[in-house]
Design a protein around this ligand. Sequence first.
Ligand code: NAD
Length: 475
Amino acid sequence: MTIEFPLVIDGRWREGSAGACEDVLNPATGDSIGKVAHASMADLDEALDAASRGLREWQAVTPWQRGTVLKGAADRLRADLDAVARIMTREQGKPLAEARAEVTRSAEFLEWGGEQARRITGRTLQGRDAGNSILVETHPVGVVAAFTPWNFPMALAAKKFAGALGAGCSIICKPSEETPGSVLALVRALLDAGVPPAAVAVVFGRPEEVSGYLIPAPAVAKITFTGSIPVGKLLAAAAGRVMKPVTMELGGHAPTIVCGDVDPEKAADFLARAKFANAGQICLSPTRFFVEEGVRERFTARMVEHAKAWRVGDGTDPQTQMGPLANERRVQAVSQLVEDARTRGATVAAGGGRIGNHGFFYAPTVLTDVPGGAEILRSEPFGPVAPILPFSDEAAMLEQANGLEFGLSAYVFTHDAARQRRLKDALQFGSVGLNDVVTHPPEVPLGGWKESGYGTEGGTEILAPYQKTKFVSIR
Ligand code: NAD
């Protein structure tokens, strides 16, 4: 096979039947690391047929055994941690330490989905009269079509595989074509652990063509997507036309409120790490820094210090703290947001430009004096940019913090218990960090409010999006 990143359909790793493919680039160099196969409509039909068969096979496997298989896949990922992390860094750019953490998190999700499978129950009710009783049964929803992005190419897919497979569904995943190797490694672990070949498929192609074909396909029962709000709206609308349930994990623009009673240097030390993790390409990343006047100067100075000293480089270099952005598109988008702010009068206190002339590196950036009209205050930067916005009036700041269509995560730094309670209650977001930033361990449900999405992933309810109920009345 001449293709480095093949399709996986019915256990066969192969090229697309029409021979189409595209280059996958290493973001640290801009060079091709191989070709990813594109699925033709005939290939998608084959994946749909296999998934219907895989659904029958996999739902016949007992939940207890599904738990064993998913744990086995998790163990395989852990055993291959370094090799898999290298695949991820090469195609996504993040430092190896972050890639290793992501592989570990992915294994945890698979394990958690398997554990929850073992807890699937129904319930019985006494009927309204002596001759009647009622069973409430839980069934897998059916074939799942999953669309996953490039920023956490393995973990964001692992959540969907864990929930779908735990529930007894089969799944066809279309990962980002820019980071194909991570999901292929995940699926290799699942197949090696004993998931029936027909129950998992990986397809690539032109995203709008693949989703346009899979969403209305009669075999598909459930859609799940992680990515941007505009694409989420398109996919949700397509699913709505055929009345299929969807889970949407979309973007965020996290207000990060630093109050006057905290140690500003300590807060900046903590927040710089959170801000520059994965080069800021995290939907939960702190993105709008509301800093109370009394600590603004010291907080800003320390953030600037960090931004200037942060070690940016190839993710495979152990010294690297921040890798490149994942693709050229991100460099352009981040550059435009910073240029827009600068033209409107913002001060670029650190960074503010591309680094080098190969690869997709962008400097850790701190913006101050950002005027209200700047686009970055409305659009998610999804890059290593920290706009610092001073505040003195809490109510006005809160209005601004809650004033966007995003509702994914928000952060509050204060030791004042009353203020913590007040702000946590007032923030209209699906997750809030108090003197903390949020990551997503499998044991908690994560979901956005407002346009950041609907439904949740993870938690004891991880299987619920992939289940349907049936009640049986018995006389
Ligand atoms: P994009 O909106 O073009 O694509 C986002 C993802 O959706 C990609 O993985 C892409 O392959 C996929 N996609 C695009 N069109 C699709 C379609 N019609 N059908 C199915 N899948 C489709 O944006 P991008 O340039 O890749 O990423 C930038 C933006 O995406 C960021 O600003 C951020 O808001 C968002 N994003 C969010 C997350 C998240 O974790 N919520 C992850 C990645 C990207």
